[in-house]
Design a protein around this ligand. Structure first.
Ligand code: ZN
Length: 259
């Protein structure tokens, strides 16, 4: 068994607290909506340095409105050139809207996929893979057919923990996973421990963080670039782990995943 390492590119402005969610977005973002935050840049620098310390392959799930800032294209390109086949790029939405929280919206979701994948191909070319991760983990069954129609082969949005079940808008994780696989997608659910989340924010929320860090330390060996093909092969089981670019800004830019 191997681990598929992934990193999501949420900047501060993308947080559900600021935008994209019908009830959680209560605090308008004060900064520039079309520029990367200094914290994001610190995080990206930390991520870039971390990549030089190992041979693992990492998939970066990009939120494509980051390209509104021309400096993001430069950062991404620099890392893609430096790490070659070890870096692949998937889709994390265009604005990080919490899609399932709003109810079914086929047309808007499909328009978003069109726009977002267009930008990814324009800026990341051969590194792009047809792999999707729902913004903020808000996913629902109705998204499956749209993903398939737009050429996606892998979904990695299911966080199968009772603690975050609300993100399926009442459906529950089982039906969402079934919808993805029946539509022909490979579902790469996130790793959990004792049915609790261990990725992303869980790494930093006490007491969940204790379980989360232990789960990371026990992860099977991460995939290298040769093994990446297995992500889209549903018959190969993998453990999926993710952190955020912003996490790499912690500890004065020195944080690295607890592998
Ligand atoms: Zn996100």
């Amino acid at each position: 068994m191997n681990t598929w390492l992934t990193v999501d590119t949420d900047d501060l402005r993308h947080l559900p607290r600021h935008q994209g969610h019908p009830t959680r977005s209560i605090e308008p973002f004060e900064g520039d909506m079309s520029r990367m935050s200094p914290r994001f840049k610190t995080g990206w620098a930390g991520f870039h340095r971390w990549m030089a310390t190992h041979d693992y392959a990492v998939t970066v799930f990009v939120i494509t409105d980051l390209f509104d800032d021309p400096d993001f294209e430069h950062l991404l390109k620099t890392s893609l050139e430096a790490y070659g086949q070890r870096l692949t790029v998937g889709c994390h939405g265009h604005t990080h809207r919490s899609w399932s929280a709003w109810g079914e919206a086929q047309e808007g979701f499909r328009d978003m996929l069109e726009r977002s994948t267009g930008l990814l191909h324009q800026h990341a070319e051969k590194h792009v893979r047809p792999w999707f991760r729902a913004p903020a983990g808000y996913v629902a069954s109705w998204m499956a057919s749209a993903l398939v129609d737009h050429g996606f082969s892998v979904d990695s949005s299911v966080n199968p923990s009772w603690l975050v079940r609300r993100k399926t808008n009442g459906e529950g994780w089982g039906p969402v996973k079934t919808a993805m696989t029946s539509a022909g997608l490979v579902e790469r659910s996130w790793n959990t421990s004792f049915t609790l989340p261990v990725n992303g924010p869980a790494l930093f929320r006490f007491p969940l963080s204790i379980i989360a860090r232990r789960a990371w330390r026990r992860l099977p060996p991460p995939l290298n670039s040769d093994g990446l093909l297995n992500v889209a092969n549903g018959s190969v089981p993998l453990v999926t782990a993710y952190a955020h670019v912003l996490d790499f800004a912690r500890e004065d830019g020195e944080w690295t995943p607890p592998l």
